[in-house]
Each structure stands twice: as C-alpha cells, then as structure tokens.
Design a protein around this ligand. Structure first.
Ligand code: DON
Length: 304
C-alpha cells in the first residue's frame, strides 16, 4: 500500500479553514494552541513510515494517555480490574457524573474520566511512583527517553479541574476509591499533560497494532488477550458519546484527546496518529476524524 501518496492526498483535500470546531478552552493552557496545526503520521508493521504537516511537533495527548494507564493497570490486576470498572460504552460526555449514582460508583469504562480516575487510584495503590513509572512505560514503548509531562499544562488543568475532583470524591463516597483524592488527581492531571508528537503516538500504539509486542525487538509487553481487550475498548468507548460515529465513519479502534490528537490502529497492519486542535461539540478533533475517514476510504480497508 502506498501510504505516503494517500497521506499527501488527505493533506491536500482537508483544510482547517473548512472546520467549525473550536480549540479546548476549559484548560486555559490548551486554549493557547495554534488552531492551524495539522499533522499525521503512520507506522506500518512492515516498518513503513509516512507523514505530513506538523507530525513531529508535540501536542498535549490528554485522554489518549488513558490507554497507557489502562495497560499498566491490566498488567497489575489482570481480570480483577473489571470489579472496579465496567466495559460498556457510556453514551455520555467524557466528564459526566450522572451514571455513577445508579451504578454504585462503578464507571462504565476505563476511558471516561471516572474510569480513568479509578485506574489512577489502582496505580497509586500499587506503584511506588506512578508518575515516574508511567513515563518509563511510555519511553520504553516509543524508544524515546525524552518524552515528558508538560508541567504547565498539568498545573493549568489542576486550576480548573473541579469535575475531576468531584468525580473522585463522589466515587470515594460510594466506596470505589481507596486513596486520598489529591494523589489521584495529581497523577491524572500529569498523565493528561504528556507531550508527544503524532510520530511518537503512532510509534507507541504500534504495540496495540502488533498484538502486544514491540515491533523492533519482538518483546512481549502485554498478552494477546489483554491486547484484544484494550483494542475492543478503544473501538466501543474510545470516543465517548461519539464512539458509534467514529466506528461508522472510520471503522478502526482508536482514542482521542481534547488536545486534538487521535490515534487509531489496524491490528496487524498499522498505527496512525493525527492532530488538529479544533474540536467538535463532543470534544473530538473535527479535522482528525475527517482525515481518518478519508484514510480508511482511500485505502479501501478498515477492520470491518
Ligand atoms: O479530564 C479532562 O478534562 C482532560 N484532562 C482529559 C479529557 C480528554 O482528553 C477527553 N477526551 N476527548
């Protein structure tokens, strides 16, 4: 497949001027991002790489980080993890509180904020230094020892993170949070602030495209079964109340973040990351979704 030609065509066809979306502004630091940024990077299992635009520039990965922390928690707790968090799509916005009341404080899935915060609680319980160990994990799967948190973004989110504090407090009242609130939200705000380029994201997600093994060395990081479960959750829950739309338009498992990044994978084939900070009303990158829709249309294959 001539991926570079397809990416060139996408870059030519799509333009930020044609989108109605808005840069996330509820985290003050994210509002400062240049709305014109647009980049895409693809890694394939036969070691091809293709890219365009701002693909090597760092973006705030935000909720994309939830895939990494889920992976770490699955390695620690195995199937017991599912006593604390469910595996159903929520059909609600990412930061919603409503379902918890009727569902005994068990979040619908690990990718909505409540679920990701329970995952943080688990990592805080089980790891000596969760922030350092997350960095170690991401550096290992990307092969880049320089990946780091953006401490300004983490502090900025903390200053307006009332809903995330509310979610942790509420779940603690309902018995599904074991640690103090502060270390949990501190870890969460840092994981969301991870700064990575499309190139680095596509590289990291090769793990999930390559059935749980690093492409270069063949080292197994997670079992095939866990990898299947993570990809299934990306397919059904990776885009919150737009998971159906993403499946319908793109047809790949993926994960978005309010920094405007999206990563999607085709098991056994490739991993592809795209970035445009302009978000649609559901909090997903408008141009990013359009680019991935064009990608699976022009290549003529998705997982369906
Ligand atoms: O919890 C928040 O508000 C953010 N740090 C992450 C949200 C996010 O990226 C949702 N994804 N689309």
């Amino acid at each position: 497949m001539e991926y570079q030609k397809i990416l060139d065509q996408i870059q030519e066809e799509l333009n930020y001027r044609d989108v109605f979306g808005k840069v996330a502004s509820y985290i003050p630091e994210l509002a400062r991002v240049d709305p014109k940024k647009f980049g895409m990077h693809l890694y394939s299992t036969d070691a091809q790489q293709s890219s365009f635009g701002d693909s090597s520039e760092k973006l705030s990965i935000q909720s994309i980080s939830k895939v990494f922390t889920l992976t770490m928690a699955m390695k620690i707790l195995g199937e017991d993890l599912w006593d604390r968090v469910d595996v159903e799509p929520s059909g609600d916005p990412f930061n919603s509180l409503t379902q918890l009341e009727h569902e005994k404080g068990i979040p619908r899935n690990p990718f909505i904020n409540s679920g990701a915060l329970v995952i943080c609680d688990i990592l805080v319980s089980n790891l000596k230094d969760p922030k350092a160990e997350l960095l170690e994990f991401v550096r290992k799967i990307t092969g880049n020892p320089e990946i780091d948190y953006d401490y300004t973004v983490a502090a900025s989110e903390k200053s307006t993170g009332y809903r995330n504090y509310a979610l942790v407090n509420y779940m603690k009242a309902l018995g599904n949070i074991k640690n103090d609130v502060e270390p949990i939200v501190d870890f969460y705000f840092h994981q969301c602030s991870l700064a990575m380029s499309c190139e680095e994201l596509a590289k990291a997600f090769m793990l999930y495209a390559n059935r749980g093994k690093l492409l270069e060395t063949g080292e197994r990081i997670i079992s095939k079964t866990k990898n299947k479960r993570i990809n299934a959750l990306m397919q059904t829950c990776g885009f919150y109340d737009e998971a159906g739309e993403f499946s319908f338009e793109v047809g790949l498992p993926g994960k978005s973040g309010v920094g405007g990044g999206i990563v999607a994978i085709h098991p056994g084939q490739y991993s592809v990351a795209v970035w445009s900070p302009l978000l649609n009303p559901k909090g997903n990158s408008e141009l990013g979704m359009a680019a991935l829709e064009r990608f699976t249309t022009l290549t003529g294959f998705s997982i369906f």
